[in-house]
Design a protein around this ligand. Structure first.
Ligand SMILES: [Zn+2]
Length: 87
């Protein structure tokens, strides 16, 4: 079994994925929640960003929680806390 980490961008096939940050936007039920500085791997060629599944889930839960509390529009900064940076 090969356990190679994805290093080449699967979108353009040229760039390499490097640790960085991205901005995620969620629109649950018509609300708009923007979360900035989410750890992601970003392609050095096309700029496509890839967020780890667990981080994506956490950010989505954060957005959903805000909407549940009646927020219709918000811009937040992601706090990494004890989540390891995407390598
Ligand atoms: Zn790319």
């Amino acid at each position: 079994m090969k356990k190679a980490k994805e290093r080449t961008c699967p979108v353009c096939g040229i760039g390499s994925l490097e640790a960085g940050h991205t901005t995620l936007t969620f629109e649950p039920g018509g609300a708009v929640i923007v979360v900035q500085r989410v750890p992601a791997r970003v392609c050095s060629n096309c700029g496509e960003d890839f967020v780890a599944e667990d981080i994506g889930r956490k950010v989505y839960a954060l957005a959903q929680d805000a909407v549940d509390r009646g927020v219709r529009f918000d811009v937040r900064i992601y706090k990494s806390g004890n989540i390891p940076e995407a390598a």
